[in-house]
Design a protein around this ligand. Structure first.
Ligand code: DHB
Ligand code: FE
Length: 280
């Protein structure tokens, strides 16, 4: 049987991708951030998942404002890198796991999460930057990836609690897949940041720290956070943290934290990284 064994919460700042791509990781600005990544990469090498389900958002790179799915799942055999800003990154093509992706799609739709099915989905920094953060610079990604894109770009955006419940449903779907597969799940985006307007550059360390703590200590509190609180407390783009809720919802009741790194600033963002393992 397939099983979700761990969850990773990770910021997905595009400038972190550019720092990897341009060899800037040891520059004084970037070093304190990148010093937090080798330990996560070591964990990933030891953990050796077969598949990663990556909950992320597209930033207008592959999904235009003409048609905005609330939840979309990539069922293809591969996904090409795409991006805004610096343009498509020269990172390995992301290989899919079509059989498990179709199984999860069917299971989610039968359980009232009406996914948009993406037979083609180019993937931007929301997905590829957390891959580099946890795998380093590689010739090919060490596991297959099932991308699940959540609309956090234009309101109405799904609530954190709805994202959590999708995570619970993903867990059941994975556990009913007959093949033996070790699966990890990523929630990407955040933490506090706002990249436009008067509050551009705002950071809320106490909120972020409490959020990281409560992923293990009090996840029920996090389920109750409403959009207005995310936006007031963490900035307009801090709302990306609802995607961490899907990751946490997919891990079941008890988890323990195995690694955490938090650094300010990375571009306009408080960059967070956490690894949680399931207890059962
Ligand atoms: C930044 C952060 C993001 O999450 C993003 O999608 C784009 C930009 C930033 O901090 O610059
Ligand atoms: Fe983003």
């Amino acid at each position: 049987m397939a099983k979700i064994t761990a969850g990773i919460g990770s910021s997905h700042v595009p400038a972190i991708g550019a720092a990897f791509d341009q060899g800037l990781t040891q520059e004084p600005y970037w070093k304190p951030l990148f010093d937090g990544y080798p330990a996560a990469q070591e964990w990933m090498k030891k953990h050796k998942p077969d598949v990663a389900i990556i909950i992320y958002n597209d930033h207008g790179s592959a999904i235009s404002l003409e048609c905005i799915p609330t939840f979309a799942i990539g069922v293809a055999d591969e996904f090409q890198p795409a991006d805004e800003g610096w343009g498509p990154r020269k990172v390995p093509v992301v290989k899919g796991h079509s059989a498990l992706a179709w199984h999860i799609t069917e299971s989610l739709i039968m359980n009232e999460f009406d996914m948009t099915i993406m037979n083609k989905l180019d993937v931007d920094h929301g997905l590829t930057v957390p891959l580099n953060i946890t795998c380093g610079i590689v010739d090919e990604w060490p596991f297959a990836v099932i991308p699940i894109a959540v609309n956090v770009v234009m309101f109405p955006i799904p609530s954190g609690d709805r994202c959590w419940r999708m995570g619970e449903t993903i867990r059941k779907a994975v556990e009913s897949f007959p093949e033996d597969l070790k699966v990890v799940i990523f929630g990407t985006g955040g933490m506090s940041h706002q990249i436009h307007g008067e509050r551009s550059g705002m950071i809320n360390r106490p909120f972020d720290t409490a959020f990281l703590d409560d992923l293990t200590k009090n996840p029920d509190r996090l389920r109750k956070i409403q959009h207005v609180e995310y936006v007031q407390e963490t900035g307009a783009e801090g709302i990306e943290m609802v995607m961490w809720m899907t990751m946490r919802g997919a891990l079941g009741k008890d988890v323990h934290e195995v690694y955490r790194h938090y650094h300010v600033p990375a571009s306009n963002t408080a960059a967070g990284l956490i690894i949680l393992e399931t207890d059962d």
